[in-house]
Design a protein around this ligand. Structure first.
Ligand code: PLP
Length: 425
């Protein structure tokens, strides 16, 4: 539950006292609910217009739940299933933050002082990641890193899979051409390495991007396949692997995941990008890093990025470096993965909804019934307070058909399932 507004007592409308009884209003509400099952009432239609306008202002991203609640306070936002985070990890962070920063009155220092320089934070990260600290670049979120590397190291042509996380083609320089490898829904958005390598040989991009697991479909390329691919891609100047969702993708038993970051020492063309926003549920503090050849880190640092982190992000990275936190986080990660799998299985059972296989903490759903993706997302939002994302703006996905739904905690997941059943089941 992210935003709670006091229940309105039904006696005021936009601040004007209507002088009517709560009971009368309740009856009206019941009547309007009955009407709403058929179509949209005028109030809902007006709300939807405002939501759409806000969405338009956000480009190919969604307005944050925070923006939504501030700009359209009439919405009673209950569940944010648009943002792709582990809510248990957020809770864990908050517990430590309260105990170690807020209660001992250390918040002031975090806000008043400069954070450590990029290199100092990278050194701390190097120890916990067991990587050469000179190969680590710390970013104000992964988005900043993506922009930095695309501007600095990508020149003529970038190859990205579709559908994708849009900054990989939007943040390029104006003279960079984007080419696409389209993952087809008929193949469950599965990645085909042979077809991909053919395309690389044909197009000769200087940069290729592999997001693993992929956003927005959750498709996953197994570790051994990735290792083979990296060998085949040795002649490409920049190979970017985005592992922002890797903590949710386990192979084999024991919920283990494997990063490719330790391959950077061997492969100077490889950059592994890692956002901390999703798996740790801390998008607001803007923490991310990338692992790349030390001379590339030097090139970026020569251009700035001195204190690009923040006091909060540095506190997070310190926490992240501690064994006690790591052990607690592992428990929350596994708990969340277990719950998410149950949630996706329940989603898959809803008539009118097709769920594509996912290794991430979200699922791409295709609608087959009467409602369009847009209508479903708006109705979930205004009638149930559930925020999801249409994929109408995602290149490579047929408009009107796809919705991305993130897993949340168990009660929230149950509420999403109930609401979807009621709306389309
Ligand atoms: C969200 C996301 C990012 C950016 O995350 P930051 O919040 O900027 O750290 C990067 N890559 C992918 C694939 C994402 O989904």
């Amino acid at each position: 539950v992210i935003v709670q507004r006091p229940r309105d007592n039904g006696l005021k409308f936009k601040g004007f006292d209507l002088g009517v009884s709560a009971r009368w209003l309740q009856e009206q509400r019941k009547k309007s609910l009955a009407r709403a099952r058929v179509g949209l009432n005028p109030r809902e239609a007006a709300l939807i217009e405002r939501i759409k306008r806000l969405k338009k202002e956000s480009g190919t991203h969604s307005p944050s739940a925070w923006t939504l609640a501030q700009r359209i306070p009439e919405l009673r936002l209950k569940v944010d299933a648009c943002f792709l985070s582990n809510p248990y990890a957020t809770q864990l962070f908050l517990m430590h933050f309260h105990r170690e920063v807020v209660r001992p009155r250390k918040l002031r220092a975090l806000l008043e002082l400069y954070p450590s320089q990029n290199r100092v934070i990278a050194a701390k990260l190097g120890r916990v990641l067991e990587l050469n600290p000179e190969s680590i670049f710390v970013g104000n979120g992964a988005a900043e890193i993506i922009q930095a590397i695309l501007h600095r190291f990508t020149h003529e042509k970038i190859l990205v899979n579709l559908p994708t996380f849009s900054p990989y083609y939007e943040f390029t320089r104006p003279d960079t051409q984007a080419v696409y490898n389209v993952l087809r829904k008929e193949d469950n958005f599965c990645f085909n390495p042979d077809a991909y390598l053919d395309l690389v040989r044909r197009e000769r991009p200087d940069t290729v991007v592999l997001i693993n697991p992929n956003n927005p479909d959750g498709g996953y390329i197994p570790y051994v396949v990735m290792r083979g691919l990296l060998e085949e891609l040795r002649s490409v100047k920049n190979v970017i692997v985005d592992e922002s969702f890797i903590h949710f993708a386990c192979e084999g038993n024991g919920y283990l995941y494997r990063s490719l970051a330790d391959q950077v020492g061997r492969l100077p063309n490889l950059t592994v990008v890692k956002s901390m926003s999703k798996d740790f549920g801390v998008a607001g503090i803007r923490a991310g890093y990338a692992v790349m050849a030390p001379d590339r880190v030097r090139t970026l640092l020569d251009n700035g990025f001195l204190w690009n982190s923040s006091g909060l992000a540095e506190y997070f990275f310190d926490l992240y470096s501690r064994p006690d936190f790591q052990a607690q986080y592992e428990r929350e990660r596994i708990r969340f993965i277990r719950n998410s799998r149950r949630f996706f299985a329940a989603l898959a059972k809803i008539d009118g909804l097709h769920i594509y296989p996912t290794h991430a903490n979200f699922a791409l759903a295709e609608l087959s019934g009467g409602l369009s993706a847009d209508e479903l997302v708006c109705r979930l939002l205004i009638r149930r307070g559930i925020y999801t994302r249409t994929c109408d703006d995602k290149k490579g996905l047929e408009a009107g058909k796809f919705v991305r739904i993130a897993a949340r905690n168990r009660p929230e997941n149950a509420y999403i399932i109930r609401s979807l059943r009621r709306m389309i089941g």
